[in-house]
Design a protein around this ligand. Structure first.
Ligand SMILES: Cc1ncc(COP(=O)(O)O)c(C=O)c1O
Length: 485
């Protein structure tokens, strides 16, 4: 049934290859709901991999809700497999630059974020219950005591050296060999992207950006008097390089930067392949357009494999890599960073001019946490939880949303992109949901001029019986307009 697994030169961990083979057999129907899968010992012999590898593969498949363990009996294909609907089809490009219009929906959604009475399913915030809050805060206290003067002094750009050393070490796992001198500490990832845009663009310039995209970037582009050139992206592989090439050729000289969220993009959850990252770096280099890469979700891969970043293929300093610890450790600490390539000096200067420095105490605490706090252990645990929750929410959407609804299948992060039938208006759903105490992010805010009217973004950062009930309610509400017509 299964051939021997050969480790494909470190591309995927071995257990992930085993897990993928079993899920393929389930998808194809060779293993059916209720079937017993090969015992751990047999599969390990058959595939010539260790017992632990098969154990880990089965445990991952349990998390993905494909297998269940039965005491004293072994592993079985779940009797009811997740009823995942089809994936969204996103293809709504605008191949000439447009002014961004700050839509009312965005203002409304921002107001709701402050409303504690609403269940926030539209916010892409990590679940605080999964964060090492006590440990981090203890380190904050300890480090500010240990370095009282440093804790109140400016940590002028490029920022705290120990923190930059830790970040440089971690970047090896993303395929980048950078020195601490090539990193600037910022106040979160958005600060890093702002600094990059300020270094690259002047009012009236165009910025190529995938669509749909994290709404704050669109607001930022508007705020800086820039134009957005939307490039279609797919929920699996991310930005279309063909469309980007076409757009760069047809808007020669106008496009001064390209922004890409390369791993587990917000909102699609897409992840670019290494080949595409390499091609992207070459393409923007050929057109002399700097690339701003946002990798804020990169540490949240559902498999233990940490994806590379496009920056890993950059030989000329044309890629500006931005990230932060917002999604993994502490959004409120506001600690991010930028590896700015050939724009390092401009960005250090920009940081100094706009905010002088990032606050010192969180930098001290974050450096200590990365050095001694068990960051990898923490990541393993939250990645697993998010993988399970994303599967649970996708499954619930499949059950309760109207027929024809599509949902993304991210392999990292915690947001889901839901494309409902064309007749369903996401803003109406948003209004109705709010009346029953649920807040969602309507699709319009993820594009210029309100595309994606039938789409919503949901966060699976939290999953419990209340969230499950909210998804059922949302599905019913989404179905109502269909009944009316
Ligand atoms: C893609 C992306 N980049 C940046 C941010 C914000 O990052 P920070 O809070 O570190 O500024 C978010 C938050 O949702 C995001 O989704």
């Amino acid at each position: 049934m299964l051939n021997t697994v050969e480790n494909s030169a470190g591309k995927l961990p071995l257990y992930e290859e085993v897990a993928q083979r079993i899920s393929y057999l389930i998808e194809q129907g060779s293993l059916r709901p209720g079937d017993r899968v090969p015992s751990i010992r047999n599969l390990s012999k058959q595939l010539q991999v260790s017992i632990n590898t098969v154990k880990e593969a089965y445990s991952q498949l349990e998390d993905r809700r494909l297998l269940e363990a039965r005491p004293q009996s072994g592993y079985y294909v779940r009797a009811r497999l997740p009823e995942l609907p089809a994936e969204p089809v996103v293809d709504r490009p605008a191949l000439s630059p447009s002014d961004v219009s700050l839509c009312d929906v965005y203002q409304m959604v921002m107001r709701d974020l402050l409303d504690p009475t609403l269940m926030q399913l539209g916010l892409a915030m990590p679940n605080p219950q999964l964060l090492p809050i006590d440990k981090l805060n203890r380190m904050l206290t300890r480090e500010t005591r240990r370095f009282p003067e440093q804790s109140v002094a400016y940590q002028l750009p490029p920022g705290n050296l120990r923190l930059r050393q830790q970040i440089a070490q971690r970047l090896l796992g993303s395929g980048c060999t950078l020195s601490p001198e090539q990193i600037v500490i910022t106040s979160g990832c958005v600060d890093a992207v702002v600094l990059a845009l300020r270094a690259l663009c002047r009012p009236g310039d165009a910025v190529a950006i995938e669509t749909p995209v994290y709404f704050n970037f669109l607001q930022l582009i508007e705020d800086m008097g820039l134009k957005a050139l939307e490039i279609p992206a797919s929920p699996r592989g991310g930005i279309s390089l063909e469309a980007l090439e076409y757009a760069l050729q047809h808007n020669r000289g106008q496009v001064k930067a390209c922004i890409v969220i390369s791993n587990f993009n917000n909102p699609l959850g897409s992840r670019m392949s290494d080949d595409d990252k390499r091609r992207l770096v070459k393409l923007v280099e050929t057109h002399q357009v700097p690339l701003i890469e946002d990798d804020i979700y990169g540490d949240l891969s559902f498999s233990d494999e940490r994806p590379t970043v496009a920056k890993a293929f950059d030989r000329s300093g044309n890629v500006i890599l931005c990230s932060s610890f917002t999604k993994t450790l502490a959004p409120g600490y506001r600690v991010g960073w930028v590896a700015a390539g050939r724009y390092q000096a401009q960005i250090e200067r920009g940081k100094m001019i706009t905010s002088v420095a990032t606050a010192s105490p969180p930098q001290l605490a974050m450096a200590e946490f990365l050095a001694t706090g068990g960051y990898d252990h923490h990541l393993r645990s939250i990645r697993r939880t998010y993988a399970r929750q994303v599967a649970q929410m996708g499954d619930a959407i499949g059950r309760f949303f109207p027929v024809g609804t599509r949902v993304s299948r991210p392999q990292g992060g915690f947001v889901l992109w839901v494309e409902m039938p064309e007749s369903i208006d996401a803003t109406r759903l948003y209004d109705r949901a709010k009346q029953v105490g649920i807040s969602i992010a309507p699709g319009q805010i993820f594009s210029i001029e309100g595309k994606y009217r039938n789409c919503i973004r949901l966060s699976a950062a939290r999953w419990d019986s209340c969230v499950a009930a909210a998804i059922e309610t949302l599905g019913k509400l989404a179905g109502e307009p269909l009944k009316e017509t």
